[in-house]
Design a protein around this ligand. Structure first.
Ligand code: HEC
Length: 186
C-alpha cells in the first residue's frame, strides 16, 4: 500500500514542472521554449574546434574563434553503451574569441572570456520533426526553436556522422560510435 505522504514529493514535482515533461537533460517552458542549462560547463567535454569553416574562405579573417562542445552526462553514459545519442540529449556549442598575444604568450591562440555565441542541439522525438531541434541561446532566457528551414538542420542531417551530430570531430566519442556500428561515414 502506498501512503499518501509518500506521494507528496511526486505531486510537488508534477506541480512545479509546469511544462510538459521531457526526457533527459532538456527542459522546456509550457509553450515549448528551451530553458538554457546553467551548468553545462560541468558537463562532458567533447571537443574544441578552432577556426572551423565550411566554405573555402576563412569565416573571419584576422579573428580566431574557438567552439567548445559539451553534452549532458546522462546522455554520454548512454552513448557509451549504444553508440547512439539518446532521447533527451542536449549538446551545447560555445563560441569563444581567440587571442594570440597576451601575458607570456607569443605564438598560438588561447581562449578569452569573450563569449561570441551559444547554441544548443536537442534530441526529443516527441517534440521535433526529425527528432532534433536547434536553439540560439541568449543568457538564461528561454529560447524559441530555430525554424526547420534554417541551414542548421540541412547541414547536420547531411553531414553529421551520428544521429545528426558531428561526432566525427569529437575524438573520444568517434571510436565508440565506430565500434557500435552507428557511425555513418560523412
Ligand atoms: C554547414 C554545416 C553546418 C551548419 C549550417 C550548422 N552547423 Fe552546427 N556544426 C557543424 C559542425 C562541423 C560542427 C562540429 C563543430 C566542432 O567540431 O567543433 C557542428 C556542431 C554543432 C553543435 C554541437 C553538437 C553537434 O550537433 O555536433 C551544435 C549545438 C550546433 N552545431 C548548432 C548549430 C546551429 C544552432 C546551427 C544553425 C544556426 C548550426 N549548427 C548550423 C556544422 C554546421
Amino acid at each position: 500500500m502506498i501512503r499518501f505522504a509518500a506521494l507528496l514529493p511526486i505531486m510537488a514535482l508534477l506541480l512545479t514542472a509546469g511544462a510538459a515533461p521531457a526526457p533527459g537533460a532538456a527542459h522546456f517552458t509550457a509553450n515549448g521554449a528551451f530553458i538554457p542549462p546553467s551548468d553545462y560547463r560541468e558537463w562532458i567535454y567533447l571537443s574544441t574546434g578552432l577556426d572551423m569553416s565550411y566554405s573555402d574562405a576563412p569565416s573571419m579573417p584576422g579573428q580566431s574563434m574557438f567552439d567548445n562542445v559539451f553534452v549532458d552526462p546522462d546522455s554520454w553514459r548512454e552513448f557509451k553503451k549504444t553508440g547512439h545519442w539518446p532521447e533527451g540529449a542536449v549538446f551545447i556549442l560555445e563560441n569563444r574569441g581567440g587571442a594570440s598575444r597576451g601575458s607570456i604568450n607569443k605564438h598560438g591562440h588561447y581562449q578569452t572570456e569573450d563569449l561570441m555565441g551559444l547554441e544548443a542541439h536537442v534530441h526529443d522525438s516527441a517534440r521535433f520533426k526529425g527528432g532534433w531541434g536547434f536553439f540560439a541561446l541568449n543568457g538564461a532566457a528561454p529560447a524559441k526553436m530555430i525554424p526547420y528551414a534554417a541551414a542548421c538542420y540541412a547541414c547536420h542531417q547531411a553531414h553529421g556522422a551520428v544521429d545528426t551530430t558531428f561526432t566525427q570531430f569529437y575524438p573520444t566519442a568517434k571510436p565508440i560510435a565506430v565500434k557500435a556500428g552507428t557511425y555513418r561515414e560523412p
